[in-house]
Design a protein around this ligand. Structure first.
Ligand SMILES: C[S@@+](CC[C@H](N)C(=O)[O-])C[C@H]1O[C@@H](n2cnc3c(N)ncnc32)[C@H](O)[C@@H]1O
Length: 289
């Protein structure tokens, strides 16, 4: 039995790995779901049925596609030396970014997550490595990194990741599992570099009020439905802190991000994320300098 299997419950990472691949024309990801276990795939399907939430896979696919597109734009700017993903779970987003940006071979890639997750991730990647580009995958490093613990010890990202000087940080699907103090610390740390960028999605504090679907699911979230515990929403002061750390920021609704992705495609994809009562209306925020 692996360390992850010994834990009770199913990690949300098992579920998002499945959803990321549900609309590959948006996420450009057909691989991550191969890293999910049978229990994860089962839970992903059951969640949609239980909460009558078919748009969850579109939501996750839009976020994945948007981050892929943003990371590609930032890498092409030539201003950064690395891409560091926090809480990577079973997502192959960094691999997809690396494949798309082979021409920029100076970029270093690092996937991180909690120790037991990173151990399981490596084990599962080994089982599908024959389907991956060997040159690409061998240049993506992994490291155990508990964001909340680093915050409690008041560590510096520059000391934890000493080899990366101009990083692009990606925190896909984790900010709401961190305490408010930890989120503030993380924002300051990501902004502490002369040159850095970041992208993540957050849960705005008004989400239970603007989405009847979210309100319906909310009360169940910390009752063992997933392994991780919901800890924080973003309020105006968190957003202001984020804005103060980066010279350029963009803060989009899912509807806007879906439209941005649709403009990149021909023929234009239909917009489905139009009514927040039918999905979790998270917001996607990027910062760069
Ligand atoms: C919703 S999953 C997202 C996984 C992946 N980024 C994705 O989008 O598919 C949440 C992830 O956050 C990770 N996580 C939770 N608390 C964390 C912490 N304190 N430090 C680092 N990772 C954490 C979990 O292990 C899990 O992989």
């Amino acid at each position: 039995m692996t360390a992850l299997e010994k834990q009770e419950g199913v990690s949300s990472a098992e579920i998002t790995a499945v959803y990321r691949c549900a609309v590959p024309e948006l996420s450009q990801d057909k691989l991550s779901e191969k890293l999910s276990s049978a229990a994860g795939r089962q839970r992903a399907a059951a969640f949609i049925t239980k909460y009558n939430y078919p748009l969850v896979s579109r939501k996750i696919s839009v976020c994945a596609g948007y981050f892929l597109s943003e990371a590609t734009r930032l890498i092409a700017s030539g201003k950064y030396d690395s891409c560091i993903s926090f809480a990577s779970g079973f997502s192959l987003l960094l691999y997809n970014i690396a494949v798309k940006n082979l021409a920029y071979n100076n970029i270093q890639y690092l996937d991180t997550d909690l120790p037991h997750m990173i151990e399981e991730r490596e084990r599962r990647i080994n089982t599908i490595s024959h389907t991956l580009d060997q040159q690409v995958i061998k240049n993506i490093y992994t490291k155990a990194f508990d964001i909340e613990k680093a915050y409690q010890k008041n560590q510096r990202l520059k000391d934890i990741f000493p080899n990366y000087h101009k990083p692009i940080f990606i925190a896909d699907g984790v900010s709401y599992f961190l305490s408010s103090g930890c989120v503030d610390w993380l924002i300051e740390q990501m902004g502490s570099y002369t040159q850095s960028a970041t992208m993540l999605y957050y849960w705005p504090e008004n989400m239970p009020h603007i989405s009847s679907l979210f309100a319906r699911v909310f009360s169940d979230l910390n009752k063992g439905m997933i392994l991780e515990t919901l800890k924080s929403f973003w309020d105006q002061s968190t957003i202001a802190k984020f804005r103060s750390q980066f010279s350029h920021t963009a803060d989009y609704s899912l509807k806007e991000a879906e439209q941005i992705l649709a403009w990149e495609k021909t023929p234009v994809l239909e917009s489905l994320l139009t009514d927040p009562n039918q999905y979790f209306p998270v917001r996607l925020i990027t910062g760069e300098k």
